[in-house]
Design a protein around this ligand. Structure first.
Ligand code: NG6
Ligand code: CA
Length: 525
């Protein structure tokens, strides 16, 4: 046929708009990013990581559809410094006392407003950004006493988040309320909130006064004002209509998260979800009570799994799964007894929360800092299990690189771009070392060597941690230690006397990293 006629026929038959040149330059839509951080979940707490008395089918599915890192680290063995590092790309201990501690519910914001945090960077790249669940990074400027009846700022909205629905600190600390953007929702002005960590300003009973009212017994530190039958750290008065119910926390996280995803399904979003489990106080929602073979701690891990499953289901329903990166991890390692006599120790039934690793939350031993670490991005990440090292502090540079957003190196000084590792483009260990932070101080892992300097344990940190308590006594390291994790993954044999030169090298390197970030410099992929 005459080519001109072919052209004319095409014109007539073509649907409107089909003749314009194909838009080869049209950028792919930016992937949504959801980081889900559990609270005190151990590297052995998922069934895909060896748990048998606890079942985590949704996490197992997430892992089987993405990469599961067996050498994933939290930057610290406690919450505040870990979350600080994840959002800023900077090790929290560089900030000295401000973020080295575990913050109380009325502590000021520990991230400087205006800082180029990960959410702020993504916001500048066109993302809508939100945080739902546990916050624990402080609220207010610290100049005046925080007033929970007024505007709670600066807070998440001043450091890069467009939306926030959070609980200020931990569920075991007052005030036991949610904060939405700058306000406590459902607050009755006739019943104002008063909070103190020093004086008992409440006429309501404390756990010390009325242990008979408690659904879980508690240690002295957790024996302040009783709210919902649970005594908390600190004292609280008022705000009755705004108080959360412990057995509705997980459902609220799910409801708020689903609502948020539905509202923002048509634009790229970055959502940081802080789950409350399996941190104390452990109260399972009715469908999960008694479902595990490891007591209430196992039950609330089932609740973690359910929440992750609901988020995955929502992405599937809205056809967003393929274009959403999910990172699942934990802010620090596990612990059994952490202030409440909830039978987590007695009911363990042989389960190993840290998968057999030495130590617990608070400590720089592997058990305190090695955490579950799963990244799923369908079609982009080849499903696999990887033993490459990764740290939550790397979320910043890695995600920035994946979405193609540049930032000055000084903005996230300790964050490595591990996108080649995450996307499976290299087998190399681009992170060959990591600094670990616990209540006793710092430690360095380099390759398979692990060096822990001598330290006085909890004495120096002023976190409210009681140094006489055996949980914290383990942070006292009388003699420096050296382990080779390849031969001795559970840090059983201190081989410092056999390898003094190796220990000296790591000690020097730790000192150098303390002084200046990103040393040694990031290896090339
Ligand atoms: C500690 C609490 C502990 C827990 C922790 C914070 C005492 C004796 N212990 O100070 O129960 O609340 O802080 O945990 O007060 S974290 O996961 O948020 O870091
Ligand atoms: Ca934690």
């Amino acid at each position: 046929m005459n080519p001109r006629l072919v052209f004319l026929a095409t014109l007539l038959l073509a649907p409107a708009g089909a003749l314009s040149a194909p838009d080869v330059s049209k950028p792919e839509p930016k992937p949504n990013i959801i980081i889900i951080l559990a609270d005190d979940l151990g590297s052995g707490d998922m069934s895909c990581a060896g748990a048998t008395t606890i079942q985590t089918p949704n996490l197992d599915r997430l892992a089987s559809e993405g990469v599961r890192f067996t050498q994933g680290y939290s930057p610290s063995a406690t919450c505040t410094p870990s979350r600080y590092s994840m959002l800023t790309g900077e090790y929290a201990w560089r900030q000295k006392a401000k973020v080295n501690t575990i913050l109380d519910g009325d502590a000021p914001l520990c991230i400087e407003p205006g800082r180029l945090t990960l959410p702020e960077l993504l916001r500048q790249d066109g993302y809508h950004t939100a945080v739902i669940g546990k916050w624990h990074l402080g609220l207010g400027d610290g100049k005046t006493k925080l007033d929970f009846n007024g505007e709670l700022k600066p807070g998440p909205l001043e450091i890069g988040f467009d939306y926030a629905h959070i609980i200020p600190a931990t569920v075991d600390r007052v005030p036991s309320v949610w904060v939405e953007d700058h306000k406590v929702p459902n607050l009755d002005p006739a019943d104002p909130i008063v909070v103190s960590y020093i004086n008992n300003i409440s006429e309501e009973p404390t756990g010390l006064e009325r242990p008979d009212l408690l659904i879980q017994g508690a240690d002295k530190q957790h024996s302040g004002t009783i709210i919902n039958g649970i005594s908390r750290i600190g004292y609280m008065k008022g705000g009755h209509a705004a108080r959360f119910k412990d057995e509705e926390l997980a459902s609220t996280v799910v409801a708020k998260t689903v609502e948020y995803i539905e509202r923002h399904k048509d634009e790229p979003f970055f959502l940081s979800v802080g789950l409350f489990e399996p941190h104390v106080p452990r109260v399972a929602e009715p469908p999960f009570a008694g479902t595990s073979q490891s007591g209430v701690r196992g039950d609330v891990i089932h609740q973690v799994d359910w929440q992750v499953g609901e988020i995955m289901k929502t992405l599937d329903r809205l056809d967003l799964a393929k274009n959403t990166i999910i990172i699942f991890s934990s802010d620090n390692g596990p612990i059994l007894f952490d202030g409440y006599y909830d039978r987590s120790v007695e009911d363990l039934n042989g389960h190993q929360p840290a998968g057999g690793l030495r130590g617990w939350k608070y400590l720089v031993f592997e058990g305190g800092c090695r955490v579950p670490f799963i990244v799923r991005w369908p079609g982009q990440i080849k499903p696999r299990v990887s033993d490459q090292m990764i740290n939550l502090v790397d979320c910043y540079a890695t995600l920035a690189n994946i979405v193609g957003q540049e930032f000055p190196a000084s903005a996230a000084p300790d964050s490595l771009d591990l996108s080649p590792v995450v996307l499976g483009k290299t087998d190399k260990n681009l992170r060959d070392h990591t600094v670990l932070h616990g209540i006793g101080g710092l430690a360095l892992r380099k390759g398979n060597w692990k060096y822990i300097p001598a330290s006085e344990g909890a004495g120096g940190i002023g976190s409210g941690a009681n140094a006489e308590d055996e949980r914290f006594a383990a942070a006292t390291i009388p003699e420096p230690m050296l382990f080779n994790l390849a031969d001795d993954p559970n840090e059983e044999e201190n081989i410092i006397k056999k390898h003094p030169e190796q220990a000296a090298e790591l000690a020097e390197e730790l000192a150098t990293i303390r002084k200046s970030p990103k040393v040694p410099t990031q290896p090339k992929s």
